[in-house]
Design a protein around this ligand. Structure first.
Ligand SMILES: C[S@@+](CC[C@H](N)C(=O)[O-])C[C@H]1O[C@@H](n2cnc3c(N)ncnc32)[C@H](O)[C@@H]1O
Length: 284
């Protein structure tokens, strides 16, 4: 008699695919994690600051793997040249539906806010995104498996993969690095978040990465680790809590900048990141 596979015996990367096929899971994803535009979250703001810095010099097509609800991409729509292509890939139709809805904000309201935010941004030399301006560049959404992507070799200048690569086992991470390496141009960037040394229990050892172990596994897959942004520091988390409670975004963003600019280099120096964003360049 053939034995049915139990959920536990399924490869973890298949579990990750299955976990987001549910419509309710997709609908509540942003609200449960403080990822809505109205939420004030230090971690989310720090991720956006880090991503914007990491993507500063990218001026060609960007791919976001496992784009989910599009929560990162909707904050990055003003980066690069206006005609730059942004592709969002995910295996879950319910998640892609949420992304489609969230990226297709009321166009009239969006462009009014965009004009106002741009005006303020120009006045004080800031980015319009700091004022919550939604951008209008289209995003191409594709349903596909990140382990076998339907793109020719060397199609993208940068690949982003948040809350995805960090959930994979070391062997599955190597598979995804290989596939990302294939679709990136030479010198293209892979930008992803990872769990640092204090973020996981011993039994999840494979998910805990220090800058040194991260550098080694990326090098094996043809990448050079060029930058780490730590995003989980204790001091900014404590200092930001009253502002988060009062829903004041500006001081929370300032603390995010402190994490990225000052505390991240210390993480690297002591090889003790609590979790952060890795930026790697394809070298071969
Ligand atoms: C935790 S969510 C992260 C979503 C988004 N990147 C974020 O930062 O909020 C994980 C996402 O990975 C997607 N996913 C899981 N396995 C995948 C695969 N093999 N290929 C593409 N997407 C996948 C899920 O459908 C889900 O949208």
């Amino acid at each position: 008699m053939s034995k049915e596979p139990t959920f536990n015996s399924i490869d973890p990367k298949e579990k990750l695919k299955l976990a987001y096929q549910d419509v309710q899971v997709a609908k509540s994803y942003d609200a449960e994690r403080d990822f809505r535009d109205t939420d004030v979250s230090l971690h989310y703001e720090t991720e956006i600051i880090g991503l914007r810095q990491a993507l500063k010099e990218v001026n060609g097509p960007i791919l976001e793997v496992a784009i989910g609800t599009g929560r990162l991409c909707r904050r990055l729509r003003d980066i690069g040249p206006p005609d730059m292509c942004y592709v969002g890939l995910d295996v879950s139709l319910p998640m892609l539906n949420e992304a489609r809805k969230s990226l297709k904000e009321n166009p009239c309201q969006a462009s009014c806010r965009f004009v106002m935010a741009n005006l303020f941004a120009k006045l004080i030399g800031e980015s319009a995104d700091s004022f919550g301006a939604p951008q209008t560049r289209p995003v191409h959404l594709i349903r596909a498996d990140a382990f076998q992507m339907p793109f020719p070799n060397e199609s993208f200048h940068a690949v982003i993969g948040f809350r995805f690569i960090k959930h994979l086992s070391p062997s599955n991470r190597r598979l995804i690095y290989r596939e990302v390496n294939r679709v990136l141009i030479k010198d293209g960037s892979l930008i992803f978040d990872f769990y640092g040394w204090r973020r996981r229990t011993k039994s999840q050892e494979g998910s805990r990465l220090t800058p040194v172990t991260l550098r080694a596994e990326l090098e094996e897959s043809g990448f050079k680790l060029t930058r780490i942004y730590g995003t989980r520091h204790l001091l900014p988390a404590l200092l930001s809590s009253p502002f988060r409670a009062l829903r004041f975004k500006a001081p929370v963003r300032a603390l995010g900048l402190l994490e990225i600019k000052i505390l991240s280099p210390l993480d690297e120096l002591f090889d003790r990141s609590r979790g952060g964003i890795a930026v790697a360049k394809k070298i071969k």
